[in-house]
Write a protein that binds this ligand. Structure first.
Ligand SMILES: Cc1cc2nc3c(=O)[nH]c(=O)nc-3n(C[C@H](O)[C@H](O)[C@H](O)COP(=O)(O)OP(=O)(O)OC[C@H]3O[C@@H](n4cnc5c(N)ncnc54)[C@H](O)[C@@H]3O)c2cc1C
Ligand SMILES: *[C@@H]1O[C@H](CO)[C@@H](O)[C@H](O)[C@H]1NC(C)=O
Ligand SMILES: *[C@@H]1O[C@H](CO)[C@@H](O)[C@H](O)[C@H]1NC(C)=O
Ligand SMILES: *[C@@H]1O[C@H](CO)[C@@H](O)[C@H](O)[C@H]1NC(C)=O
Ligand SMILES: *[C@@H]1O[C@H](CO)[C@@H](O)[C@H](O)[C@H]1NC(C)=O
Ligand SMILES: *[C@@H]1O[C@H](CO)[C@@H](O)[C@H](O)[C@H]1NC(C)=O
Ligand SMILES: *[C@@H]1O[C@H](CO)[C@@H](O)[C@H](O)[C@H]1NC(C)=O
Length: 421
């Protein structure tokens, strides 16, 4: 859920290749020519193209590996609406508008766009949560409160580091100093996972203290602390497509879908982009690839990126965040509660946060619930067969609801982002 601007993979690292003087560019006539090659048609690529259009630069090409606009804002069809028999749309990637804005303060630009395109969304009520462990329902919401209290100290401590330009540390160290020490207390671990890992897709050990907190502050104190869950049946990317239509016409020749960039050669004379289908010669290129693509050398740069850029890329970690969807033939959980937190006795982050979509304001009556895994657990299940993951999740549900008959799901699905970079 609360996927704040954070020291992980979420800052779009835009790489501008700006040759110094590009007067007489020798052209290879096998290549398509353009002024600006925009690599990627996610939010960053589409926004870059719109900015160029606004500045009357219309000679550009947008090159995208996928066959859709939106990148990590991506949905799929899942299950079936018992009333209409039509499939539901669920989000595989971005799902929340995080931090809306406040009166007189800045508004989150994503919120502005969500409103512009009338995206159906509902306030995610983090107080609407029930807590469980391996023996079923156990009220340990006081532990969530204790984390919040410690966090109040933690964010101030990070503020001292910022203001004093002091040595940074890990979020784990910051939490410990504030007196929050979950150790083997699995309820504390679950509370911490809910408040931290679910947001950042990484553990406190993996998270930088200063920029972990700065990212949170930037999102939730600059805008507001509300997170709204987008359940629009057009898909969350309706806003990205909508914005693209402000400058692209239907079947616009400047949008190249299904086109994978293989390599990028750049010099003072321009940029040559090689794709699986051919090549493009441009005066400039804007690369919007994720940190994962850049770290894994999925695209070759010639010459290699300078050390200062590679160092910046390596400072980030690509989070893995996996939503696992179950549709049942009935709702055996409380339909009026949004979140169900599970503390596994052995493994931290094992099927920890279940979120119901069947309740008021969401996909009402859908009998859909999904569980989110991040980090190592996400990576683990993405590597195993669906059947195994389905059964692991069902076993957890059965220990959470020991007095209910938890049937086999009617439909089951999860994306595997870690295979896509
Ligand atoms: C599971 C998940 C949940 C998330 N939840 C939220 C949320 O709730 N709220 C929120 O605000 N944010 C969330 N995010 C983050 C948000 O989705 C991203 O920050 C945002 O979509 C990134 O946009 P971008 O344009 O920078 O990158 P991308 O969307 O990754 O765009 C880059 C594009 O480049 C393309 N590309 C990559 N390699 C190549 C290649 N070799 N050739 C051609 N094209 C290529 C990709 O296909 C992609 O379309 C989530 C992300 C994920 C993965
Ligand atoms: C382009 O201009 C439109 C209309 O003024 C505006 O809504 C949009 O935000 C601008 N886009 C960018 C990326 O600046
Ligand atoms: C959030 O849920 C709590 C607990 O169910 C409830 O008391 C509160 O009114 C809800 N808040 C909103 C804004 O719906
Ligand atoms: C984050 O916000 C809190 C509350 O306003 C503030 O005390 C703290 O200094 C901020 N921390 C950082 C790192 O900006
Ligand atoms: C948005 O919500 C309204 C009211 O529930 C519903 O009638 C409409 O079909 C929804 N539209 C989309 C695109 O999800
Ligand atoms: C992209 O490729 C897929 C699979 O080959 C194909 O079904 C689809 O029509 C293509 N889309 C575009 C826009 O080229
Ligand atoms: C759901 O399926 C189970 C068997 O898998 C069945 O016992 C139960 O009656 C079904 N519930 C409804 C509402 O049909």
């Amino acid at each position: 859920m609360r996927w704040a601007v954070h020291a992980s993979a979420l800052f779009p690292l835009l790489h501008f290749f700006r040759p110094a003087g590009s007067a007489a560019i020798p052209r290879d006539d096998r290549c398509r020519e353009t002024k600006v090659a925009i690599l990627g048609a996610g939010v960053a690529g589409i926004t870059a193209a719109q900015a160029l259009s606004n500045a009357s630069v219309t000679d550009f090409l947008i090159v995208e590996r996928n066959d859709y606009i939106g990148g990590r804002v991506r949905h799929t069809q899942f299950g079936v609406n018992p009333k209409t028999k039509a499939p539901y749309t669920v989000e595989m990637g971005a799902n929340w508008v995080q931090g809306l804005g406040s009166k007189g303060g800045p508004e989150n630009p994503i919120w502005t766009l969500a409103k512009r395109y009338g995206l159906n969304n509902t306030f995610s009520n983090e107080s609407s949560i029930l807590t469980y462990d391996q023996n079923g329902y156990e009220d340990y919401t006081d532990v969530l409160g204790a984390y919040e209290k410690a966090y109040g100290v933690v964010e101030q401590d990070a503020g001292y580091i910022l203001m004093g330009n002091l040595q940074d540390t890990s979020m784990r160290a910051g939490l410990s100093t504030a007196g929050w020490k979950p150790k083997k207390d699995m309820r504390m671990q679950a509370a911490e996972w809910w408040a931290w890992d679910l947001e950042t897709a990484q553990t406190p050990e993996e998270s930088g203290f200063l920029y972990g907190i700065t990212g949170y502050n930037l999102t939730f104190y600059q805008f507001s602390e509300e997170n709204n869950y987008v359940w629009d049946q057009r898909g969350y990317n309706a806003f990205v497509i909508g914005e693209s239509q402000t400058f692209l016409s239907a079947n616009d020749k400047r949008l190249l879908l299904n086109t994978t960039v293989k390599s990028l050669a750049y010099s003072d004379q321009g940029v040559t982009v090689k794709t699986q289908a051919g090549c493009i010669k441009a005066d400039y290129a804007i690369a919007t690839f994720s940190v994962g693509v850049l770290q894994n050398d999925a695209v070759t740069f010639d010459p290699p990126l300078p050390r200062w850029k590679r160092e910046a890329i390596d400072q980030f970690q690509m989070g893995t965040y996996t939503k696992i969807f179950y549709q049942f033939n009935e709702t055996f959980w409380d339909p009026n509660t949004q979140y169900f937190l599970y503390a596994d006795p052995k493994v931290r982050g094992y099927y920890p946060v279940w979120q119901s979509l069947t309740g008021p304001g969401f996909l009402e009556g859908s009998n859909i619930i999904f569980v989110t895994l991040v980090g190592n657990e996400a990576y683990r299940v993405e590597q195993q067969p669906d059947e195994k993951t389905k059964d692991e999740g069902l076993a957890v549900l059965r220990s959470m609801f020991p007095d209910k008959r938890v049937p086999e799901p009617v439909t089951f699905y999860y994306p595997r982002w870690s295979f896509e970079e």
